[in-house]
Design a protein around this ligand. Sequence first.
Ligand code: GCU
Length: 415
Amino acid sequence: MKYLNPTLILSLLAMITAQAREAKERDKDINYDEKKISSYDLPPLLVAADGTPVTTPAQWHNVRRPQILSLFSNLVYGRVPEPVEPIRTEFKVVKADAKFMGGKATRKDIDITLSNKRGSVTMRFLVFVPNGVKAPVPAFLKHSFNNTRSDDFKSSILRPGKLRNGWPLKDFLDRGYGFCAVYHEDLVRHNEVEFLRGIHRLFYPDGQSFPKAREWGVLSACAWGAMRAMDYLQTDDDIDHTRVAIMGHSKMGKATLWTAAQDERFALAISAQSGCAGAALWRRKSGETLKKMVTRFPYWLCRNAWKFIEQEDDLPVDQHMLLACIAPRPVYIHSGVEDTWADGRGEYLSAFHASQVYRLLGKKGLESKESPPVGKAIIESEVGYHIREGGHSINGYDWQRFMDFADYHLQPKKN
Ligand code: GCU
């Protein structure tokens, strides 16, 4: 009984009540009912802006894909403007520990400093490389909510083989992968309102302090940061930069798709429960909507996106087109049955509709419009997917499927 501290109990109750209130507020005017989704027409993937049908890989690569990327840049995530002065990029390995996790891995802490006359910003990039494995190795690069300068990335004493943040590092190492992480707040804060402290200010000419309507929001800045991490990986002989899988969960799953869509150096993408502005289709308006997102996180997207609130049908893109821009590189989408906020069905449909581009490029896509049974992963297709029981998180089952997908598509064939 002496452990039942009344102050602690009261503050726990207050926290639970506040969370319940937040969830209730969040769910106001939200539809979760499949039967209430109005019919919609997706913008055609394989018709160019001038109406010409896109029937060859060359037309896709040279005409349609650039058109789609430009629409996402200008209307959804925001384009990275020309910096006021070129940006210098410096890499510095600030720490290297060859005995990480009982000698299983070498951990490198790398500072990536971006600077020009407007100022400088440093990202802390972490790279774990399996020891005793022939270099260079393929790797995962995670867009991370955990701060790469924090203890979250130490090995866990209570859970051997894991990092303190719960990530199963040893499993990656055992399968021959390196593992890397970038922190989502290194370049721009979670819901930036001024854009004066982070990376944006390096790009502003005199007199500008805020992105223009078509310029980059928070997600674009995160994507740009992962590209700078890839610049570093191209200089690191331990990692095979031609076999890097980019991944992220939720907000970071959105950033993952936008990173991979733009930057073809990433060989594969895994987007976990990315939902609205990630894999889910805007036009379904199921779970989180554009209006909710922009109200709660006004700067994740560019300001042009605000113009489509409750006008989703006017958007010249939908999210299946973002996934298609990753083709022919493999993409994996993960949903959770109880994660209705992220609209698992909309995530699947997006992947299904993107599959037509994979097929045009001679790859395998999702064949059925029906979502697969819960707990059954689709691995042997360039468009992979699973939905499992449970809510908004990456659990042990999910991690293993992500590794299976990478094993199938990134590891050299054994025979
Ligand atoms: C909020 C937000 C989602 C986002 C999620 C997360 O719920 O509405 O769009 O995916 O946070 O990043 O965990």
